[in-house]
Design a protein around this ligand. Structure first.
Ligand SMILES: [Zn+2]
Length: 132
C-alpha cells in the first residue's frame, strides 16, 4: 500500500535541472529526516514492470487505479515502442528510497525521455511512503 499523501508533489523538469545537480527533496513524515532523490538522466529508475517482482503486483495496480501511471494503449502510434506502464508518452520508472534514520521506505515514480527533438523532459509524479 502507498500512503495517500504525495510527499514531493508532481512536477516536470528539463534534463538540465538534474544535469546541473538538481534533486528532488522531501521529508520523512515520521522522523523528519530529509529524503533526497537525485535523478541521473537515462540511468535512474527501474521500469515499473519490475516493481511486481520487488514488491507486489498490487502496488502497480494501485498506481494505475490512482492515475499515477497509465497502461500503454497498444493501438496508439504515439505509444509505439513504449513499455506496458507509461506516464505521458514515456515509460514509467520507479525507485525505492530507504529513510536514512528510520525503517520507512518510499516509492518515487518518474520518467524521462526526449518527447520531440529538443524537448527533453523528466516527468516526476511523486514520492509516497510504502506501508506494509
Ligand atoms: Zn524516517
Amino acid at each position: 500500500m502507498l500512503s495517500n499523501t504525495n510527499l514531493a508533489g508532481y512536477a516536470t523538469f528539463s534534463f538540465d535541472y538534474f544535469l546541473n545537480g538538481g534533486f528532488i527533496a522531501c521529508t520523512c513524515p515520521d522522523c523528519k529526516s530529509e529524503i533526497n532523490l537525485p535523478i541521473q538522466i537515462y540511468h535512474s529508475g527501474t521500469l515499473l514492470e519490475k516493481l511486481a517482482d520487488q514488491y507486489s503486483m498490487h502496488l502497480i495496480d494501485e498506481l494505475v487505479e490512482r492515475n499515477i501511471v497509465h497502461l500503454k494503449d497498444e493501438d496508439s502510434r504515439v505509444h509505439y515502442g513504449l513499455e506496458k506502464y507509461i506516464l505521458w508518452n514515456m515509460d514509467a520508472r520507479y525507485e525505492v528510497i530507504p529513510c536514512k534514520a528510520c525503517s520507512n521506505e518510499f516509492l518515487a515514480v518518474f520518467g524521462m525521455a526526449e518527447l520531440q527533438p529538443g524537448r527533453e523532459e523528466v516527468q516526476f509524479k511523486g514520492i509516497w511512503k510504502l506501508n506494509s
